[in-house]
Write a protein that binds this ligand. Structure first.
Ligand SMILES: CC(C)(COP(=O)(O)OP(=O)(O)OC[C@H]1O[C@@H](n2cnc3c(N)ncnc32)[C@H](O)[C@@H]1OP(=O)(O)O)[C@@H](O)C(=O)NCCC(=O)NCCS
Length: 154
């Protein structure tokens, strides 16, 4: 058991732990400085999931013109498949309850992330061929109140 997982805003002190989770989660991880830069942006919102003093995951999203761009979400490998990824994305939707849409890009081969977004009612809306530095395609996925058929509730 142990302490509960809580979500709280990310601070600069979290950046080493966040960078480690990022490095474990992506073939081409964002540099730690990218998170530091986002912490300074008025339109960026960054949260960590924490159990005791241990950071288990994070989410980074931008709120621009009434829509949300999900920049990054990741969970430490040992903490996956326990509902944290879902909780972080649901937190985004609760934090911006009047969002007209939530948009994101995901690697075409990232099956866990695609399964998560599908489970949350997102739909695929496009593809950018060769988008990533290693040539992998990006898929564009979106969620909006009107695209949600209710399957993501519960
Ligand atoms: C994608 C990621 C954030 C999911 O986090 P998680 O905490 O493991 O996800 P959850 O436990 O909340 O899963 C919720 C649902 O998503 C789906 N899902 C998540 N991981 C899955 C997997 N490996 N295989 C199949 N379905 C999966 C399932 O429907 C799951 O529900 P279930 O466990 O009841 O079956 C995690 O795998 C990760 O950090 N990956 C590396 C970083 C990354 O790719 N981020 C996305 C960038 S676009």
């Amino acid at each position: 058991m142990g302490p509960e997982v809580r979500l709280r805003r990310m601070t600069a002190a979290d950046l080493p732990a966040v960078a480690a989770i990022e490095a474990a989660g992506h073939p081409t991880p964002r540099a730690p400085q990218a998170f530091a830069d986002d912490l300074a942006l008025a339109h960026a919102r960054l949260w960590v999931a924490e159990r005791g003093a241990e950071i288990l995951g994070f989410i980074d999203y931008w709120v621009v013109a009434g829509e949300v761009e999900l920049i990054d979400v990741a969970v430490a490998p040992a903490a996956r498949r326990q509902g944290l990824g879902r909780r972080l994305v649901e937190h985004l939707r609760a934090d911006v309850p009047d969002a007209a849409a939530v948009h994101l890009e995901v690697r075409a081969g990232n099956a866990p992330a695609i399964a998560l977004y599908r489970a949350l009612g997102f739909v695929e809306v496009g593809r950018r061929r060769g988008y990533y530095a290693d040539g992998e395609d990006a898929l564009l996925w979106s969620w909006s109140p009107s695209s949600d058929d209710g399957s993501s509730s519960g």
